[in-house]
Design a protein around this ligand. Structure first.
Ligand code: G3H
Ligand code: ZN
Length: 276
């Protein structure tokens, strides 16, 4: 059933459980993510990123399909807009019925970030939509998502108070789109952020984190765990394997079904790792 992000993430934070937040790029992702959550018997967050919107050329077709998959699910499923820098996309997601958005102003100066995020929060809260955001202007191509970036607990607390956000993405050692699972995360910092920050914490770039550290991160106080690349690896490996074994196949359903089955199993496994 389609459920608000506030309800799913809030309940998990209260119970010290993790919530898997997985990216939808094709419809097969949405089906597989929900099938994996149903097999694990846990809630899940389906997220569509601004990059995926750019790839498809618009939000609405994939969003409506994802919302329909969420509504048909036997477990609670939230639909979230991921890494939005375009405020008009945030408003479109609100209009379409998303439960939450991540407004990513992390490349702005602190003052601009606080001002624009506060404005997004006011408009989203008026519509009952939960807002995740991120602070910190750090140099380099990957900005605040660089592996060396760290969120200061006192700054994080002040940022949450100034903006009124509902969940905070923090920099604790991960970086986006890692193909190896050997990121070194700062578990002590997660614990300090958890003590200091009054809203649930979000780990981005979680594909690079080994299973045991994902479990430890949740135990230390991390709640929403964003994973995309790991499932794309799984998806692509299954397609490659299927096509190599069946070189004459032309029906796209054959190899996409193989990908969907593989992603379903990996999602169920990851939700177990997260204690979801
Ligand atoms: O917002 C989405 C995530 O941070 C996914 O990152 O592709 O490195 O798992 P990842
Ligand atoms: Zn991210």
């Amino acid at each position: 059933m389609l459920t608000s992000t506030a309800e799913i993430v809030g309940a998990a934070a209260d119970a010290g459980r993790g919530v898997g937040a997985f990216n939808v790029i094709q419809l097969e992702h949405a089906s597989a993510l929900v099938a994996g959550a149903e097999s694990a018997g846990t809630p899940v967050v389906l997220q569509i990123s601004e990059n995926a919107v750019r790839y498809h050329g618009s939000l609405e077709p994939l969003a409506l399909a994802t919302l329909a998959v969420a509504r048909a699910s036997s477990v609670p499923v939230a639909v979230h807009l991921d890494h939005a820098t375009d405020v008009s996309l945030v408003h479109e997601a609100v209009r379409l019925g998303f439960g939450s958005v991540m407004y990513d102003a992390s490349t702005m100066s602190y003052a601009d970030n606080v001002a624009s995020t506060s404005d997004v929060v006011a408009r989203c809260h008026a519509a009952g939509v939960y807002v995740e955001a991120e602070l910190g202007e750090v140099g380099g191509k990957d900005g605040v998502h660089a592996p060396g970036a760290r969120t200061d607990p006192a700054d994080a607390r002040a940022y949450v108070a100034s903006t009124g956000i509902d969940a905070l993405a923090v920099a604790v050692g991960t970086s986006h789109a890692m193909l190896t699972r050997d990121a070194a995360i700062d578990l002590d910092l997660i614990a300090r952020l958890h003590e200091t920050v009054p809203v649930p914490l979000v780990l981005h770039g979680s594909s690079g984190v080994p299973d045991a550290d994902l479990t430890r991160a949740v135990r230390a106080g991390m709640t929403k765990i964003n994973i995309a690349t790991q499932l794309n690896k799984t998806f692509t490996a299954a397609v490659r394997g299927y096509l190599a074994a069946h070189p004459d196949v032309v029906d796209t359903r054959k190899y996409l079904a193989a990908a969907r089955t593989a992603v379903t199993a990996e999602v169920a496994r990851l939700l177990g790792v997260l204690g979801a």
